[in-house]
Design a protein around this ligand. Structure first.
Ligand SMILES: *Cc1c(COP(=O)(O)O)cnc(C)c1O
Length: 395
């Protein structure tokens, strides 16, 4: 070979004898075939084979296999964000004239996707009360092809009775999809409780370091693989092996991170629940919190994300008091090593289960800092709200 060719062609080196604990990053768009016949028959390799970088590399397959095992599913697909996983958990299964029912407390971008895009394609979208199976029963019909769940719900944390919901949905021939980002498959396994598809925002706990975006979609059985696989190919959806390798690395510590975060969260949640400025703590693992009984029945543990509803007098001051925080950072998203607080407006467009409380709820994500620093921060924060509330003229 001439020099210019040597620059282009990589020599093959032995890989036997190099057994590293880390998963190699396999980058590639083109996949080579041994001969013309192999190339001609590449379509027969199926969803598990390698044909083109978009459809998977050994790095992404490793992450998919880990998630499939944890979810007790048949196959897992990786997508560029949690929201992309949500969209593709329903898109392949809907067509014009179909109906989709969405838990009224779902992640707001999922509502927006349904209201803007699905409706545009002639799909009818309706919302059901996530905690009332009778309400679902009233709204479901033979045209309903997908029932969307998220448990606990975004911000207001309603826990769903997934087995009961799945029984109603399946009786009407609908698939059940569940966004499991809060619990992760360590703390809840939706496929074991009747769901057909489960999504995770890997962006949050599973990658765990607030440095990437990715989502996963795991299906219950073989029949659900091809519709998703082919839709992802047509839309051109895949993920980078570099990002997948970061998720694989972060995931190795998922268990200890979740345990640490949930222990720290329980201490903060208990303290807040007893505070005079707090009306309600929404954390399913906390006895007395809404949904605690169903959480205890179905879940294996809790994560470190919860919400706080302040009294009407204190609520207007929550936003300003955030500025005294030193250990907690202010920001959206959650599930990383850093503790976060974010004031969340509760959407007034909920129809099946209207939110009648205050307009603003504080969402807290507990990270891995020393719990005493978090407690000190919380003390300063609550003291600041108390001082502002006392000073404010009474209406
Ligand atoms: C953050 C989040 C998502 C979306 O994840 P991204 O990776 O940010 O798109 C989906 N569902 C829930 C419940 C979330 O909190």
């Amino acid at each position: 070979m001439k020099d210019l060719t040597q620059c282009v062609v990589n020599p093959s080196v032995a890989t036997e004898g190099f057994d590293s604990l880390s998963v190699p990053v396999h980058r590639g768009s083109t996949i080579l075939f041994a001969n013309a016949e192999d190339y001609a028959k590449r379509g027969e390799r199926g969803h598990a084979g390698y044909t083109y970088g978009l459809y998977g590399t050994p790095t992404t397959r490793t992450l998919e296999a880990k998630l499939t095992a944890l979810e007790n599913g048949a196959w897992t697909f990786l997508l560029p964000s949690g929201q992309a996983a949500n969209s593709f958990a329903v898109l392949p299964f809907l067509q014009a004239g179909d109906r989709m029912l969405i838990a009224d407390t779902s992640y707001p971008p999922m509502r927006d996707f349904a209201n803007h895009d699905l409706v545009k394609f002639g799909i009818e979208v309706d919302y059901y009360d996530p905690t009332d199976v009778a309400d679902l029963e009233r709204r479901i019909d033979g045209r309903t092809k997908v029932v969307w769940c998220e448990s606990p719900g975004s911000t207001t944390m309603e826990v769903q009775d997934l087995p009961a919901i799945a029984a109603v949905a399946h009786r009407h021939g609908a698939l059940v999809s569940c966004d499991n980002s809060w619990a992760t498959p360590l703390n809840f396994k939706p496929l074991d409780h009747g769901a057909d598809l489960v999504t995770e925002a890997l962006t949050k706990y599973i990658s765990g370091h607030s440095d990437l975006l990715m989502g996963s979609l795991t299906v219950r059985n073989e029949a659900l693989i091809t519709p998703v696989r082919s839709a992802l190919g047509r839309y051109g959806i895949g993920v980078s092996p570099d990002d997948a390798s970061l998720v694989l690395r972060g995931m190795e510590t998922l268990g200890v991170r979740m345990r640490q975060a949930s222990e720290g969260t329980m201490m903060l949640a208990e303290r807040l629940a007893g505070h005079p400025l707090v009306e309600q703590v929404l954390y399913p693992a906390l006895p007395g919190s809404p949904g605690h009984a169903v959480w205890k029945r179905d879940f294996l543990g809790a994560s470190g994300v919860f919400s706080v509803v302040f009294t009407p007098a204190a609520t207007p001051h929550v936003q300003h008091a955030l500025d005294v925080l030193r250990t907690f950072a202010i920001g959206a998203s959650w599930g990383g090593t850093r503790s976060l607080m974010a004031p969340m407006p509760v959407k007034r467009n909920r129809t099946a289960r209207p939110w009648t409380g205050e307009d603003l709820i504080l969402r807290i994500s507990v990270g891995l800092e020393d719990p005493s620093d978090l407690q000190d921060d919380l003390t300063a924060f609550l003291d600041d709200i108390a001082a502002r509330t006392a000073k404010a003229p009474t209406a």
